[in-house]
Design a protein around this ligand. Structure first.
Ligand SMILES: [Zn+2]
Length: 91
């Protein structure tokens, strides 16, 4: 189970969040890209630089913040998250 971690180096615990995760475009826990999975129900579990970090409703959200319903905030619409993500990449 840990062989992948041993190969990739010193990482322990959770892997580094990707830019997509930090922009709320992908689940923080399982990495589902919500742009490719518009039917998944995402909830806000954390914040990063004023943006929302999302995870799938249920198991992923519970792992991320202790509640399957996340923080109870309404996530921004997907297209707004995409726009914010592009803006962040340009800088
Ligand atoms: Zn997930």
């Amino acid at each position: 189970m840990y062989s992948q971690d041993a190969i990739s180096g010193h990482r322990r615990g959770r892997p580094e969040p990707t830019a997509e995760m930090l922009s709320g475009l992908a689940c923080l826990m399982c990495g589902t890209d919500y742009r490719n999975a518009p039917d998944s129900e995402a909830v806000v579990v954390s914040h990063h630089d004023g943006g929302q970090i999302l995870a799938c409703h249920g198991t992923c959200a519970r792992m991320a913040c202790g509640s399957g319903n996340g923080l109870g905030e309404t996530p921004l619409p997907l297209d707004e998250r995409v726009r914010g993500h592009r803006g962040a990449e340009r800088s």
